[in-house]
Design a protein around this ligand. Structure first.
Ligand code: CA
Length: 731
């Protein structure tokens, strides 16, 4: 840190009574400077890293002469360690700061209040970055931005990589001073938010159910939502009178959800799913909502995560359930190459109040191949359908109010598709809809992340057999490097702790790795592992219970990881009992666990044990678990034991797939508590096809919440009970 004395404090006075700029280089200097601020003054933090800095920025500027806190050079002031920012007063502006390499000791990183009752109004945070400023404990909840007060603006900021629990940004309405607030949230870059694996991963929330019948009057416009995948709600609107306009949602899983509150407008937004799983659009609940002139393309989401979802409500709903859709106007939206439009969605005994007084008009719905993507779950006579156009659907579920005709679309200058036929010019979104440019959001001086390619992007390093060859080679690698094993026998005396994605590759059947510690590989923060063509044997492992070939860090992990095994052999994990192929710790999360074209034999534990989140809080440990083309023989535990308990419905996963594989003598160990060869509790999507089970415990699937889909087919069960599928009964 730069240290200068108070005498060296730089006062740049212009004329008497005019604004000062104070360059401060220590926290003490900052505090002295804040005590003395007049309208028009600027405090400038000296370039460098400010560690453990809880910034309290207070003052009263005026509309013409705000008080500013900024960086000597934007982007060159790093706020690190246990730090945060609170603002209170009026006409305050903060700009140019970067929060990185730390986390807040309180529950908020940037708060528009000092404490309850002492708010910032007419204030602004701009050109500020929060990058992975996460509490290291994944399920310690905190928030990055909390807006209180009125007439505040949050614009041109860059928020990326929130991976602990808690909404990234929220507008609070919990006092009169924060209601009807007229905030503006614009031109921000909401960067990737990885799948959290439980509720609490929203990117933006406005209000809470408790104050949801109050107007917020917040405008959210021209923001870029890039892969905001935390949970089913990208945006959770829970108040009235808000406008969502001109935003771009890029490959983001989930929907803009009008969860509570009335009289909101969603217009001129662009949703581009590019066929990514669970990408969704807009979900409509409550009264007086307008959804118009939005362009939605390539969205795959279903059920509550569809491209457009109009929900059923609960009669006389409590404030935190579902108010019925009343007086909704849904018009001039283009819904293209998207898989699901759900009307009267969620209809059940409780949600029986169908939409009323609503209109659905001049929308364009286009899919190749004439597939009808509209599903009607209850009586939709309360929706007036007028002048919509469908592309040549065979036998459409709704006919009145739809023209069903062959449509040709061509791209306009903005890259979006519009009908060629002039007669359809007034249908769907207008041609002048703006596609937000990512580079124009956030700040120009902080890089935006590229697509995540974990493996095989770096150098290839060849190694020869010997003692600790893998360990030594791994020390000098970069992310994405490949370690290529020459044929022979390898012995590792130390656990390889991986803090970056690495691949270990060999010609199948030529290279065998043994290990002397309780694990061969440990996936630590930042790490991921791919094995290709290697043979792993547990013969040299210690004679203790509970070894693993691979494990995660023993502690909660913020970063999601991947484990991929292909064309490999894993054998003789049997020096003692409960020897797992893969063990994970609570509060860790895999984006994917994948085994393909491999052989596993003689294992005294489980292959994939994802069964530690037993608190039933809706938390789980892996999103996509896939096993294909693989042989399992003599496995005492389960091939997969996946547990996702609780009744919360905020997640899309876990997903499980088993295909073209064979299991022989799997699951008979006395310590295999589930009594299954595959046990799936609370898994949302299961595909089990084309497998042979011999002399094994049954597959057990326990459905819990949501709308779990379990598909089985073309499996053979020899001396193995048929699969047991148990339906959940709500208590
Ligand atoms: Ca949620």
């Amino acid at each position: 840190m730069i240290r200068i004395t108070l005498l060296a404090l730089c006062f740049m006075l212009n004329q008497p009574g005019h604004a000062e700029t104070l360059l401060v280089s220590s926290q003490d200097e900052f505090e002295d400077a804040v005590d003395d601020l007049a309208p028009g003054d600027t405090i400038m933090l000296a370039n460098g890293t400010w560690r453990d800095f809880e910034i309290l920025f207070t003052g009263f500027g005026t509309a013409e002469k705000p008080i500013t806190l900024t960086a000597e050079t934007k982007g060159a002031v790093i706020i690190a360690g246990q730090s945060n920012l609170r603002m209170a007063g009026e006409h305050l502006v903060v700009s140019g700061l970067v929060f990185r390499d730390g986390y807040t000791p309180t529950n908020t990183v940037i708060s528009f209040r000092r404490t309850r009752g002492d708010y910032a109004s007419h204030s602004r945070v701009t050109e500020t970055v929060i990058d992975r400023f996460n509490n290291p404990e994944r399920y310690e909840t905190d928030f990055w931005v909390m807006i209180y007060g009125k007439h505040n603006r949050f614009d041109h900021n860059h928020l990326e990589g929130k991976s602990n629990a808690g909404v990234t940004m929220a507008v609070r309405l919990d006092s009169e001073e924060s209601q009807e607030n007229h905030h503006r949230i614009d031109h921000n870059y909401f960067g990737p938010r990885p799948v959290l694996g439980s509720n609490g991963g929203e990117t933006l929330r406005i209000g809470t159910s408790h104050y949801s019948l109050t107007n917020s009057l917040t405008v959210v416009e021209n923001n870029y939502f890039d892969r905001c995948n935390g949970e089913v709600e990208i945006i959770s609107n829970k108040s009235g009178g808000n406008v969502f306009r001109g935003n771009l949602f890029f490959e983001s899983r989930g929907t803009l959800t009008l969860r509570h509150g009335n009289g909101n407008v969603v217009e001129n937004n662009v949703f581009l799913g590019n066929g990514v799983d669970h990408t969704g659009g807009i979900r409509v609940i409550n009264a007086n909502q307008s959804v118009r002139n939005n362009y939605l393309r390539g969205l795959t989401g279903h059920r509550f995560g569809g491209a457009l979802v109009v929900m059923n409500g609960v009669p006389n709903s409590p404030i935190n359930r579902y108010h019925r859709v009343d007086n909704a106007v849904i018009e001039n939206n283009s819904i293209i190459d998207s898989n699901h439009i759900e009307l009267a969605a969620g209809s059940d005994e409780e949600r029986s109040a169908t939409p009323v007084n609503s209109v659905f008009r001049s929308n364009l719905i286009y899919n190749d191949g004439g597939r009808d993507v509209i599903a009607v779950h209850d009586d939709v006579s309360g929706i007036d359908f007028e002048g919509n156009v469908l592309n040549n659907v065979d036998d459409p579920v709704l006919e009145t109010g739809f023209v069903n005709t062959a449509l040709e679309l061509i791209p306009a200058d903005n890259g979006l598709l519009f009908p060629v036929d002039e007669r359809h010019a007034g249908i769907g979104a207008t041609r002048d809809i703006e596609v937000l440019d990512r580079s124009g959001t956030g700040v120009s001086w902080y890089p935006k992340p590229d697509p995540a390619n974990r493996f095989d992007t770096g150098r290839t390093i060849a190694i020869t057999p010997g003692l600790d060859s893998l360990f030594e080679a791994a020390r000098d690698t970069g992310a994405g490097d490949v370690i290529a094993l020459d044929p022979g026998e390898y012995l590792e005396t130390k656990t390889l702790v991986l803090d970056r994605p690495l691949t270990f590759r060999a010609v199948p059947g030529t290279a065998t790795i043994e290990f002397e510690r309780t694990a061969l590989f440990e996936i630590a923060a930042g790490g991921s592992l791919k094995l290709s063509g290697v043979t792993i044997s547990g013969r040299a492992a210690p004679d203790v219970a509970g070894n693993s070939a691979i494990r995660t860090s023993r502690y909660s992990m913020l970063g999601n990881y991947a484990l991929v095994v292909a064309n490999s052999t894993v054998q003789d994990l049997n020096t003692n009992h409960s020897f797992n192929f893969f063990s994970l710790a609570k509060h860790t999360f895999a984006d994917r666990l994948e085994i393909a074209d491999s052989t596993f034999r003689n294992i005294t534990g489980h292959v994939f044990a994802l069964n530690l989140e037993t608190d039933d809080l809706g938390i789980y440990n892996g999103e996509y678990i896939s096993i294909t083309g693989t042989t399992f023989e003599n496995i005492a535990g389960a091939v997969a034991d996946i547990y996702r308990g609780g009744t919360d419905e905020s997640t899309f996963g876990p997903h499980f797939e088993l295909r073209s594989s064979s299991l022989a003598s799997v699951g008979h160990g006395s310590r295999n508590k589930s009594g299954a060869s595959i046990r799936l509790l609370g898994v949302q999507a299961t595909d089990i096809f084309d497998n042979v089970f011999a002399d094994s415990q049954p597959v057990r699937v326990i459905h819990t919440v949501g709308d779990p889909v379990t598909r089985l087919g073309d499996n053979r069960f020899e001396e193995t009970p048929e699969p047991i599928i148990q339906e959940f009964v709500r208590q």
